[in-house]
Ligand binder design. Structure first.
Ligand code: MF3
Ligand code: CO
Ligand code: CO
Length: 275
């Protein structure tokens, strides 16, 4: 890769204002971390069933990440005490695992970050519990399409606004609301780094994408209004209008010709239904 500033030279373990540019060996490391996360998300497709508690799902994810020789990044992150965020139905993100059990018809996001050799693989997917309504399945499908349309725009010469615009266009075409209160982020040896990756925006605006940039895209799409409300636990975000919300997340890196998705599913379980 040409024209990069070595991450190490910029203080790789600190969040600075600058967008770090990573080299080929950093991409290999991100792939390793991303594949641990992706394989655990794959395995969770068999665990997510009516009657299972979200704390049991979290325990499974924890043990699977540790068994892979990785570290669950969320434990201890700003006081968070769990491996996963599990966000059901109208929960937008950062749902806290607990005794609540999944029930037929729920749609669920599970968000995991594994650390391998200091590198963070951050990804989330939606899961369908039993028989899910057509309306809810459509939201899940369109949200996945939003993520992938954003990723299609992730190439050198484009700008971050091109990604956000592609996501917003697709969501709003279906009369869905794009959440503004949470964004994607630079990722690497730092969990949440520059830049902020907005899931809405105008074409041709924002920082130019350059080979070596690594960030997440993680659109949260609501069946109703975009507005969110925080619960008193300080983590759980819900839709203000109690409409359903869905999210998918990948960690990606900009290459010379496009991008590499680090958290792609090794078994083709990209989106439900998971065979
Ligand atoms: N994985 C989430 C993200 O996509 C962050 C979760 S932080 C936690 O950025 F503390 F809530 F786990
Ligand atoms: Co993220
Ligand atoms: Co995440």
């Amino acid at each position: 890769m040409t024209h990069y500033v070595a991450a190490a030279a910029k203080g790789a373990d600190r969040r600075t204002g600058a967008i770090k540019l990573h080299d080929a060996s950093d991409f290999v490391a991100m792939h390793e971390a991303g594949q641990v996360t992706a394989s655990v998300l794959d395995a969770l497709a068999d665990i997510v069933q009516p009657g299972v508690s979200t704390e049991a799902i979290d325990a499974f994810a924890h043990d699977a990440i540790v068994a892979a020789g990785a570290v669950p990044a969320n434990i201890g992150y700003r006081g968070y005490a769990h491996t996963s965020c599990i966000s059901i139905n109208h929960v937008v993100c950062h749902g806290i695992p607990g005794p609540r059990t999944l029930k037929d018809g729920d749609i669920v996001n599970i968000d995991l970050t594994s650390i391998v050799d200091g590198w963070h693989g951050d990804s989330s997917r939606m899961y369908l519990v039993g028989d899910v309504s057509v309306k809810a399945r459509r939201l899940v499908d369109v949200t996945y399409e939003c993520l992938m349309r954003g990723i299609e725009q992730a190439r050198p010469g484009n700008r971050l606004g091109d990604i956000g615009h592609a996501i917003q266009q697709h969501a709003e075409r279906h009369r869905y609301g794009v959440v503004r209160d949470f964004v994607g982020h630079g990722v690497g040896r730092v969990y949440h780094d520059a830049p902020d990756v907005l899931h809405y925006g105008r074409p041709g605006t924002g920082p130019e994408l350059k080979p070596g940039m690594i960030f997440t895209i993680e659109p949260m799409i609501n069946a109703g209004r975009p507005d969110v409300k925080m619960l008193d636990d300080g983590w759980t975000a819900v839709t203000r209008d109690r409409s359903l919300s869905a999210q998918f997340e990948h960690s990606i890196g900009i290459t010379e010709t496009g991008c590499e998705i680090f958290t792609t599913s090794p078994t083709g379980r990209h989106r439900p239904p998971y065979a």
